[in-house]
Design a protein around this ligand. Structure first.
Ligand code: FAD
Length: 317
C-alpha cells in the first residue's frame, strides 16, 4: 500500500516507522531481523531501507602495492525490501539514488521493485563520493533528485527511457528528502524550499525530513513549505543520540545543529550508557510534542540499532 494511503487510513493518528541500513556485505541478514523484530509490536506500516553509494577500497597486492577498486559495501537494498515484505508483510521503502547509477540502471531497479510489488520509493540525489568535492552524476545519470522523481513519474505514466513500444504503467508513491535546517549546499533556506517544490511539482507524494533535534525547526519548515504551496505530507525524521561521539559525528555527517541544552546534557555524561539515556529522553520529548501536533508519522533513524528506539516507542506509541 502507498505511504499516502497508510496516512489517510490512519485518520489523524500518528504512525510509527523507521529506517534501516543494509548490513555490510559478508554479513548475515539475521542481524537485521534481530533489530527489526523488537519494533514490530509498534506496527510500523512501512520500513525504509537506505541505499549506499559506492566507495573506494584499497587491495594489497604483492610487493605491498595498493590497488584501488570501487565497490558498494552495503548492497542488497531491493533484496532486503523483498525479504521484509514477505517476512513481515509490511511495506518496504527502498531508497533510490541518482549517484552511482545511470538512468538505465535506475530503470532496472524500478522494474525490479515493481515486479516485487513494492509500492513506494524514496528518490534521492545521494552525496558526493568521499574523494569528490562536489556531487558528480554517473555517466548519463540523474543530477538532482527532481530529475529522478521525473523519471519515476514517467514510468508511472508508462513512459520508459527508450521508446520500446509499450506503455505499461507502474504506480509508485514517491517520497523525497526535506531539510528543516536547509541542505548544506543550498545558498539559502528559501532556495532549498524552491528546490523542494520542484521535486513536488515533478511528482513527489510525500517528504521525509532530515533528522532535527529542535522541533521548532520542523514546525517552521512545514509552515514555510505550506506557504509556497507544498501541500503533501511532511514526515519528521528523528535520530536519538546513542553515544557521546554523536555530538560531533551527527553534525559532521548530516550537517545538523544540536541545541545547546542537549549538548550540555550529553557532555555531563560519564559514559555512553548515560549518553544513550539522554538521547532517549530527548527523543521521547520530541516525539510526544510531534504527536501532539498531529504529524502523520514519526520516522526514526535506527542506524543499525533498535533497542533505544524500542524504549522510545514504548513511551510514545
Ligand atoms: P536534491 O533534492 O537533488 O538537492 C541537493 C542540493 O541541490 C540541494 O542543496 C538543493 O537545494 C540543490 N538543488 C536541487 N535542484 C537543483 C537545481 N536544479 N539546480 C541547482 N541546485 C539544485 N543518502 C544516501 O546516499 N542514501 C540514502 O539512502 C539516503 N537516504 C536519505 C533519506 C532522507 C530522509 C534524507 C533527508 C537524506 C538521505 N540521504 C541518503 C542523504 C541525501 O542523499 C543527501 O542529503 C544529498 O546530499 C541530497 O539529496 P537530495 O535528494 O535532498 O538532493
Amino acid at each position: 500500500m502507498k505511504i499516502t494511503e497508510h496516512i489517510k487510513n490512519a485518520k489523524g493518528k500518528t504512525l510509527f516507522s523507521f529506517e534501516i541500513i543494509p548490513p555490510q556485505k559478508g554479513q548475515n541478514i539475521q542481524t537485521l531481523y534481530n533489530n527489526i523484530d523488537p519494533l514490530m509490536e509498534f506496527k510500523p506500516p512501512f520500513i525504509d531501507v537506505t541505499t549506499s553509494r559506492e566507495e573506494h577500497i584499497y587491495i594489497k597486492k604483492e610487493g605491498g602495492l595498493l590497488e584501488q577498486k570501487i565497490t558498494r559495501m552495503r548492497p542488497g537494498t531491493v533484496g532486503i525490501c523483498a525479504s521484509l515484505k514477505y517476512k513481515y508483510g509490511i511495506d518496504p521503502v527502498p531508497h533510490v539514488l541518482c549517484g552511482g547509477f545511470t538512468k538505465e540502471e535506475t530503470e532496472y531497479v524500478l522494474v525490479d521493485c515493481h515486479y516485487l510489488g513494492i509500492d513506494n520509493v524514496v528518490a534521492l540525489r545521494g552525496d558526493a563520493m568521499k574523494h569528490e568535492s562536489n556531487f558528480v552524476p554517473c555517466g548519463g545519470g540523474n543530477y538532482y533528485a527532481s530529475e529522478l522523481v521525473k523519471q519515476i513519474n514517467n514510468l508511472n505514466n508508462g513512459k520508459y527511457l527508450h521508446d520500446i513500444g509499450t506503455s505499461y504503467k507502474t504506480d509508485f508513491c514517491i517520497g523525497v528528502a526535506g531539510y528543516p535546517e536547509k541542505h548544506f549546499e543550498s545558498p539559502s533556506m528559501e532556495s532549498d524550499l524552491r528546490r523542494l517544490k520542484e521535486k513536488v511539482d515533478a511528482g513527489a507524494d510525500y517528504v521525509v525530513t532530515q533528522m532535527f533535534f529542535d522541533n521548532q525547526k520542523y514546525f517552521d519548515f512545514v509552515k514555510a513549505a505550506r506557504s509556497i504551496g507544498i501541500t503533501i505530507p511532511i514526515i519528521p525524521g528523528i535520530k536519538p543520540i546513542a553515544i557521546s561521539r554523536h555530538l560531533n559525528i551527527l553534525p559532521q555527517i548530516f550537517r545538523v545543529n544540536l541545541p545547546d541544552t542537549l549538548v550540555r546534557e550529553v557532555e555531563k555524561c560519564k559514559n555512553n550508557n548515560e549518553a544513550r539515556q539522554v538521547g532517549i529522553d530527548w527523543a521521547i520529548q520530541q516525539s510526544k510534542e510531534l504527536v501532539a501536533a498531529g504529524v502523520p508519522v514519526v520516522h526514526y533513524y535506527s542506524m543499525g540499532k533498535s533497542s533505544n528506539i524500542k524504549v522510545i516507542a514504548e513511551k510514545v506509541f
